[in-house]
Ligand binder design. Structure first.
Ligand code: ADP
Length: 517
C-alpha cells in the first residue's frame, strides 16, 4: 500500500480524525506517534474504499527508542523465572480466547481471508500461548558427566537479549505469536515491525500482552515501511537477533546485514509447494485437499499448494473433477458466511499474479480455469471495489516453466503430470524451495519413501500442504530458509543460546584433556 502522509495526531491511544481511527506505536510502555508525525493508511482489500485507520510511518529514531527500551527491560525480564514469564503467555492465550471473534473480524477486514480462516489464525496464537506457557516450566538443559573427578558439568539455555521481529501480512496473529511468545518465555525482549498491510492485528496483540501483565519495554511495536523501519531494526547494534518472514528478495537483504553485523537470523521465505496424487489415491480426499491447499487464503500462504503433480492414470479424471469444484468457489468479502475465497492483499500483488498468468500462457501452458480479475457482485460486495482474482488452473505445465518454479502467491495452480513415484519426487524436488509437500496414496511404502525423499521441511501424507500445528517445528529446507525452525520446541533453539558451566569441587587445579591423557 502506498503510505499517505498526513498531519500529526495530537491525542493519545486511539484518536478519531474524520471518523478514522488513528493508531499508534507502542514504545517503552507508552502509545505514541512516529517521531516526525507521518502516518500511512490501512485499507480493506475486499473494499478499498473502506479506510480502517491510520498508523505511524515511523523513523529510524523510533526504532532506536524502541531498541533502547527493549534493552532496559531485558535487564530485569531475563531474571524473571521462566515459569512466571510463561504465566503471562497463558493469560495472553486466555484473553485471545475471549476476544477471538472480535480479532478475527479485525483481521478479515484488514487482510481479507474469510472469518473461518482468521479464527484459525487467532486459534494458532492461542495454541502457541498455551504451549509456550508450559515450555516455561521445561526449557530443559542437558547435563553430562565431567571427564574429571569432583566436577559437575551443566548446560542450560540463556536468552539472547533484544530481538527484532519483521513479519508478513498473511498470518498477522499466528506468525508474530510464534516468535513473540516463545521469545519472551525464553527471556528476550522485542522490537516488532508488522507488515504495512496488517498493522491493526499487531496493535491488538500488544493490547493483549499489556492486559496479560507484560512489563513495559518487553514488547515494542514500531509500524512503518520495510526499507526504513525494517532496515533500522536489522541494522540496529542493540538488536542481537532478527526473525524475518517474507520474500526471498527481502530475506537476502536482511541476511546480508545480519551476516556483516554477526547477528542471529531466522529466515522463513518462499515456497513452491506440491501435492502429489498417485493412481491409487482416494481421489475425493485428494480433491478436497487441493481445493483447500491451492485456494484457501486465496493461495497466499507460504505453504499454499501451487503445484499439483498427478499420476498420468488419474490425471484427466482429477482435472475434470477439480475444475468442476473449483469453478463453484465463491469469491467475496471474508465477513460474508458464503465466501470461500477472499481478495488478494493489494493491487501490487494482484498485478504480479496477472503477470504470472500471462507468463504461463506464453510458456505454452493451458489456462483451463480463471486467469482473470474477478468482477460482478457477491452478496453486498462489488468485486471491482476490491483486489479479487479468479481461482486459476493451468494444465500442461512442465517442470522447466516459470509457473512451475517461481512463487506466485495467489490462487494459481500449476498441474504437472508424472508416470511414477520417482518422477513425482523428482519434479517436487526440482525447485529451489522446500517448505511444504504432500502425497496422496494408499500405499504405505510409497508414503514412507515420499516422507523420506521429498525435499521439504514439512510433508503431509493424505492431507493438504497446509495445516501446521503450533507445537511442531515449522520451516523449510533449501532456499525457503536458513536452517532454523519456528514452532514447538525447535523455536527455542533460535531464541536461546547455550551456556556451559563447569563446577569444580575438587579443591585443586584439574586440567581437562591433560590430567586424564
Ligand atoms: P511480501 O512480499 O510477502 O510482503 P516482503 O519481504 O516484502 O514480503 O515483506 C515482509 C516484511 O519485511 C514486511 O514487514 C516488510 O515491511 C518488511 N521489509 C520490506 N523490506 C525490508 C527491508 N529492506 N528490510 C527489512 N524488512 C523489510
Amino acid at each position: 500500500m502506498a503510505p499517505g502522509i498526513y498531519s500529526r495526531c495530537h491525542t493519545n491511544i486511539l484518536i478519531l480524525k474524520m471518523n478514522t481511527p488513528c493508531f499508534q506505536n507502542f514504545i517503552d510502555g507508552q502509545w505514541c506517534d512516529s517521531s516526525d508525525g507521518k502516518i500511512f493508511e490501512n485499507r480493506n482489500p475486499a473494499n478499498w474504499n473502506e479506510l480502517l485507520g491510520t498508523f505511524p510511518l515511523s523513523t529510524k529514531e523510533d526504532v532506536n527508542r524502541a531498541a533502547n527500551a527493549a534493552l532496559e527491560a531485558f535487564r530485569d525480564w531475563r531474571l524473571v523465572p521462566a515459569p512466571e514469564r510463561g504465566d503471562i503467555m497463558r493469560r495472553a492465550g486466555e484473553i485471545m480466547l475471549r476476544r477471538k471473534n472480535e480479532i478475527a473480524e479485525i483481521m478479515t477486514r484488514e487482510m481479507g481471508k474469510p472469518l473461518t480462516e482468521t479464527k484459525g489464525d487467532v486459534q494458532e496464537g492461542i495454541d502457541t500461548a498455551f504451549y509456550c506457557a508450559t515450555e516455561g516450566r521445561r526449557m530443559f538443559g542437558i547435563n553430562t558427566p565431567s571427564e574429571l573427578r569432583n566436577k559437575l558439568n551443566l548446560s542450560f539455555r540463556v536468552p539472547i537479549g533484544v530481538c527484532g521481529l519483521i513479519t508478513p501480512w498473511n498470518f498477522p496473529m499466528a506468525i508474530p505469536t510464534w516468535n513473540i511468545f516463545p521469545g519472551l518465555v525464553a527471556g528476550n525482549t522485542f522490537v516488532f515491525k508488522p507488515a504495512e498491510d496488517t498493522p491493526w492485528t499487531a496493535n491488538v496483540l500488544v493490547e493483549i500482552l499489556i492486559e496479560a501483565g507484560l512489563p513495559k519495554g518487553c514488547l515494542n511495536l514500531v509500524h512503518g515501511a520495510g526499507d526504513v523501519v525494517g532496515t533500522a531494526i536489522t541494522e540496529h547494534p542493540l538488536i542481537r537477533a532478527i526473525s524475518f518472514t517474507g520474500s526471498n528478495a527481502t530475506g537476502a537483504i536482511v541476511a546480508q546485514s545480519c551476516g556483516i553485523l554477526t547477528k542471529h537470523v531466522c529466515l522463513e521465505m518462499g515456497g513452491k509447494n506440491a501435492q502429489i496424487v498417485m493412481e491409487d489415491a482416494d481421489l475425493d480426499l485428494a480433491i478436497e485437499g487441493v481445493l483447500w491447499g491451492a485456494f484457501g487464503t486465496t493461495g497466499q500462504r507460504c505453504t499454499a499448494t501451487s503445484r499439483l503433480i498427478l499420476h498420468e492414470k488419474i490425471h484427466d479424471e482429477m482435472i475434470a473433477r477439480l475444475v468442476e469444484r473449483a469453478s463453484k468457489l465463491r469469491l467475496g468479502n471474508g465477513l460474508d458466511a458464503t465466501t470461500d475465497v477472499g481478495p488478494i492483499i493489494n493491487e501490487k500483488q494482484r498485478k504480479n499474479i496477472e503477470r504470472y498468468v500471462k507468463i504461463g500462457k506464453e510458456e505454452g501452458a493451458k489456462c483451463i480455469l480463471g486467469g482473470k480479475i474477478a468482477e460482478g457482485r457477491a452478496g453486498s460486495t462489488d468485486l471491482r471495489d476490491g483486489w479479487f482474482f479468479q481461482p486459476t488452473i493451468f494444465t500442461g505445465v512442465t517442470p522447466q516453466m516459470r509457473i512451475a518454479k517461481e512463487e506466485i502467491f495467489g490462487p494459481v495452480l500449476s498441474v504437472l503430470a508424472c508416470r511414477s513415484l520417482e518422477e513425482a519426487i523428482e519434479i517436487n524436488n526440482s525447485v529451489i524451495y522446500g517448505l511444504s509437500s504432500s502425497i496422496y496414496t494408499q500405499d504405505i511404502n510409497r508414503a514412507m519413501i515420499a516422507a523420506r525423499d521429498l525435499e521439504a521441511g514439512i510433508t503431509y501424507i493424505n492431507a493438504a500442504t497446509i495445516g501446521a500445528e503450533a507445537h511442531m517445528p515449522f520451516g523449510g529446507v533449501k532456499a525457503t530458509g536458513n536452517g532454523h525452525r519456528e514452532g514447538g520446541w525447535a523455536v527455542f533453539d533460535f531464541y536461546t543460546e547455550w551456556k556451559s558451566v563447569y563446577i569444580d569441587y575438587s579443591g585443586k587445579l584439574q586440567r581437562a584433556q591433560i590430567d586424564n591423557a
